[in-house]
Design a protein around this ligand. Structure first.
Ligand code: NAD
Ligand code: TYD
Length: 357
């Protein structure tokens, strides 16, 4: 049994955050889990319906760009652990509007670091509780690989999109707080995630949704870019392990050793969709459309996660084919979710039915 703790998880209504909140709420009944989220277009409380009434779960609607509000929340709830996921997360949106990425990802992270530092400097930790600020980041900060090699924790930063530049800046601030103020921080940089509750603007859920509706599947360029895909529940388990067992000041890379060219991934997805939708094999591939490439499109990401595996004993649990099939099944049986998150209905429902506690 762990000590009682008040854990703040930011961005818990988003894709990965909702899996982290669910895991912490279910695995640690002795903790109180505060999910702080601004509920942007990407945040949906419907992602957390199954835990919203648990006694150790609380939702706080707040914006990390509002420093004063964060200070008040620390004073009111006395958070002693932070798992920070709130961010603008979509590369294409960052290309169209970089400023919001600087505000949320950089200023928002600095605000949160300041709030934790100020509160922790003036209030002793409860007996037996070790404070920790965990910053969740991405492998995209390392830039783009050629045909060979893997990103390690020592790979120099070389962000190339406004999204990855903003995440890199936030990582640097977190490390600066460790060195300058001795803040007990830990970081992780993870590869591309897939799984349930993924907002349908990212490649996999977008393609599933389009195939289902017989819309075109837009593949950027020639589809030759490579991503290293990890099942989101494996990422959430890694975050749990690192939060509890990682060393202060350290960074851990998280990845699935699972590289796929975009076009090969789409072929596999089409095959699974044909089978699940009882369509003749070869039906969905006809929807593939090669479109103008993304500006500055990183060629290849691939992660070496041996530090996390060797030092903390984490291993991915699923083969990609199995995970992708599970993901497709989830989307096909949760059509209502897809409709709600894309139409904003659930937010209206939430505002009338479920009051902030
Ligand atoms: P997401 O876009 O699905 O969710 C982001 C959440 O943050 C949403 O709930 C949104 O409402 C909230 N949010 C945004 N701005 C906010 C603000 N100003 N104040 C409070 N809340 C705010 O993102 P995701 O894919 O779940 O990613 C979560 C984290 O993991 C991000 O930090 C991202 O950089 C990182 N990451 C993502 C991936 C991936 O494949 N998706 C991979 C590695 C790392
Ligand atoms: P995405 O899911 O946006 O993640 P990221 O850019 O963070 O890796 O994209 C994954 C890959 O798929 C990336 O190489 C861009 C490509 N892509 C497409 O080809 N078509 C699309 O419609 C989208 C959204 C992405």
């Amino acid at each position: 049994m762990e000590a009682k703790r008040n854990i703040l998880i930011t961005g818990g209504a988003g894709f990965i955050g909702s899996h982290v909140v669910r895991l912490f709420v279910n695995n640690y009944p002795e903790y109180t889990i505060f999910n702080l989220d601004a509920l942007t277009y990407a945040g949906n409380l419907e992602n957390l319906r199954d835990v919203q009434d648990k006694p150790n779960y609380r939702f706080l609607k707040a914006d990390i760009t509002n420093a004063e509000e964060l200070d008040k929340l620390f004073a009111t709830h006395g958070f002693d652990g932070v798992v920070h996921l709130a961010a603008e997360s979509h590369v294409d949106r960052s290309i169209h509007g970089p400023t919001q990425f600087a505000l949320t990802n950089v200023i928002g992270t600095v605000n949160l670091l300041n709030a934790a530092r100020n509160y922790w400097a003036h209030n002793a930790a409860p007996t037996g509780v070790e404070r920790r600020f965990y910053h969740v980041s991405t492998d995209e900060v390392y830039g783009s690989l050629g045909d060979e090699g893997l990103f390690t924790e020592e790979t120099p930063y070389d962000p190339r999109s406004p999204y990855s530049a903003s995440k890199a800046a936030s990582d640097h601030f977190v490390r600066a707080f460790y060195h300058t103020y001795k803040m007990p921080v830990v970081l992780s940089n993870c590869s591309n995630n897939y799984g349930s509750f993924h907002f349908p603007e990212k490649l996999i859920p977008l393609a599933i949704n389009n195939i289902k509706h017989n819309f075109k599947i837009p593949v950027y360029g020639k589809g030759e870019n490579v991503r290293d895909w990890l099942f989101v529940e494996d990422h959430a388990r890694a975050i749990d392990v690192i939060f509890h067992k990682g060393k202060d000041g350290e960074t851990y890379n998280i990845g699935g050793h699972n590289e796929w060219k975009n076009i090969d991934l789409i072929y596999l997805l089409c095959k699974i969709m044909d089978s699940k939708l009882n369509r003749p094999e070869g039906t969905s591939v006809k929807l593939i459309e090669f479109v103008k490439d993304r500006a500055g499109h990183d060629l290849r990401y691939a992660i070496d996660s041996s530090k996390l595996q060797n030092e903390l004993g984490w291993v991915p649990s699923l083969q990609f084919e199995e995970g992708l099939e599970k993901t497709v099944e989830w989307y096909l049986t949760n059509e209502e979710w897809l409709h709600h998150v894309t139409s904003g209905d659930y937010l209206k429902y939430y505002e009338t039915q479920y009051h902030q506690r």
